[in-house]
Write a protein that binds this ligand. Sequence first.
Ligand SMILES: [Zn+2]
Ligand SMILES: [Zn+2]
Length: 126
Amino acid sequence: MNQTDVLRGSCLCGGIAYRVQGPASHASHCYCTMCQKQHGAASGTYANVARAGYVVERGAELVTEYASSEHGRRGFCKVCGSTLFWRSTEAPDRIAITLGTLEPEYDGPVQRELHTDTKPRWLPVR
Ligand SMILES: [Zn+2]
Ligand SMILES: [Zn+2]
């Protein structure tokens, strides 16, 4: 997969399908406590893409947003709960997509960890 290719993704139930125009940038594992709560996991993993290239091809009526802060909006499927994106109303030109919803698997590197101060102590396998 070339970095500038179209990326495709879907939610767990398959009701929502989307495509985005690459390249995706700033891929990161975010360990903030809001990502942990929303994902039910150690982190949320996202990469930024241009908002203009984000297209919901199926199930737009299922995409639900939760305002997790004054400017933050977290998109998810109202049927299966899959987390789809994070966006800020202060930066309407871009959107952060969840790498775990991409098909085929994202093949770029994840280069950053965010909010490591709240990275769970139980995360490493030992
Ligand atoms: Zn779904
Ligand atoms: Zn976060």
